[in-house]
Design a protein. Sequence first.
Length: 127
Amino acid sequence: MTELLCSTIRDDQLFTAVNAKGFEVDILRREAADLAPHPLQLTDDEDDLWAVQARRANVLLGSPPFSAPIISVTGRMARMTTISPAAFVDFKRWMASTADRDPLKISRDRLQASIVEELANRFRLGV
């Protein structure tokens, strides 16, 4: 987690944080309704991360929460709370099936869905 906090923001995507090892995290939000601003500025600092709309992000935001203990490489423990594995798998498979998806990202989406599904099945997490 510390590595993510020590990240840079991609010049071409102000919603993507990248750490020194190349791990990327996108800050997503559901599609704007009515007069909601887009993109959404998270802080007053214009050089900080912005949240970008993502199609069907409401599916992720509306999914049941999933919480599990995690252990860092240094042995420190924390609790991770995120979306349900089933919602993640469904969303990634849907993304891989969209006609306008970057072909380079399709195989990554499918692989991520398969890995999460396999882990959820192995640990009986309900996918």
